[in-house]
Design a binder for this molecule. Structure first.
Ligand SMILES: C[S@@+](CC[C@H](N)C(=O)[O-])C[C@H]1O[C@@H](n2cnc3c(N)ncnc32)[C@H](O)[C@@H]1O
Length: 351
């Protein structure tokens, strides 16, 4: 059942199954390589050094093992690799042993723990980077994780319950995320913004302001990296950026990505050679420059106005003479632009 699996720079043991589910004896999902690639790119791109890292829900340990192998030795002071599943912890230890020769820093403290995530965080003094990569919702871990975030630290959150966040189950979204989801073309962007607000509200109780610095939605999941700062005024300012959009929300209406960081991540990714989705990162980099909530979905707009979908490139050229425009990673048919819907329809009607 366990096989040797190579991902980027490391080879680990993990189950290789057709069907990826929480029932695997030790969880490893090859599709999440991109999620791990971006974590590494982000940790490379930020200035933080000497970090105390917590891989809260580690599964096979692949994420931490890649951190230890791919990050500059200056980055990590200690890394806590945790899972409450005994079999996972056995595999984590085995995988560390097998890859130890490749670690960039032999002095970083490597602490493998077999604890319930909340218990681990409760008993800790805090971390500079906490990665929450759960099955489904991150909700059970948010309270203590935000309390244990260091000043200027990074909180990384994955949510795979997109059916709640992106509108399939609106009641679940209200219960779990205290917001009404969008069910139309903007559903993934709204879901991401709804998740951001929820995490911010939890942290706000402890006077911590969590600003998203890089976030996206891909396949079955949503991912956000927050920078944590402390202070009542900062929190108050942040909360002013909550509101509704397109009859959905409340949600975060501020930036999804820091454009300078998105640039840096994109450039770093182009310099590495382990087959990450560069086109996706390029699109995030381009759209991060346009700080506008929502996008125009050209298919939906053409359908609504009974128009034929035009060729995109000539249309974009025309629009860009007067407006900002970028493709969006949320949809192949979406454009993020300061053009109004009315004006866009006029363009679409032109031959
Ligand atoms: C989605 S997997 C993690 C995948 C891993 N981060 C990766 O990149 O491959 C979630 C893991 O969390 C563990 N887990 C779930 N609930 C937990 C809890 N309350 N405390 C500790 N570990 C938990 C599961 O055993 C599982 O291995």
């Amino acid at each position: 059942m366990f096989h040797k699996i190579t991902e980027a720079t490391v080879t680990i043991e993990a189950p290789k199954e057709e069907k990826i589910s929480a029932d695997l004896p030790v969880f490893y999902n090859p599709v999440m390589k991109f999620n791990r690639d971006v974590s590494i790119l982000l940790l490379k791109a930020i200035d933080n050094t000497g970090m105390q890292i917590c891989d809260l829900l580690a599964g096979s340990g692949i994420r931490s093992i890649r951190f230890l192998t791919e990050l500059d030795p200056k980055k990590i002071r200690s890394i806590t690799i945790n899972d409450y599943d005994k079999q996972s912890v056995d595999i984590i230890n085995k995988n560390i042993k097998a890859n130890k020769g490749k670690f960039t820093d032999r002095t970083a403290d490597i602490i493998v723990t077999n604890k319930e995530a909340n218990t681990l965080l409760h008993g800790s003094t805090g971390f500079d980077y906490i990665d929450i990569d759960p099955f489904g919702t991150p909700n059970p871990f948010l309270d203590i994780a935000t309390r244990r975030m260091s000043r200027n630290g990074i909180l990384a959150v994955t949510a795979t319950d997109t059916s709640a966040l992106a509108g399939t189950f609106p009641k679940a979204c209200r219960r779990k995320y205290w917001a009404t989801p969008d069910r139309g073309p903007l559903k993934h962007e709204s879901g991401l913004r709804i998740l951001i607000r929820k995490v911010q509200l939890i942290a706000a109780q402890y006077d911590k302001a969590l600003t998203p610095i890089y976030s996206y939605s891909k396949e079955h999941y949503i991912r956000v990296f927050f920078r944590c700062t402390k202070g009542k005024t900062k929190v108050d300012e942040l909360l002013k950026q909550h509101g509704e959009h397109n009859n959905a929300g409340p949600m975060w209406l501020g930036q999804l990505c820091d454009p300078k960081l998105a640039d840096k991540i994109d450039k770093l990714a182009h310099g590495l050679d382990y087959g990450t989705d560069l086109k996706f990162l390029d699109t995030i980099q381009e759209e991060s420059k346009i700080n506008i909530v929502g996008f125009h979905d050209l298919h939906a707009l053409c359908k609504k106005n009974k128009l034929e979908v035009p060729r995109f490139e000539p249309l974009f050229k025309k629009i860009m003479k007067k407006h900002k425009l970028a493709r969006t990673h949320f949809s192949d048919y979406g454009i993020r632009s300061d053009i109004s819907e009315k004006e866009l329809v006029k363009f679409l009607k032109e031959k």
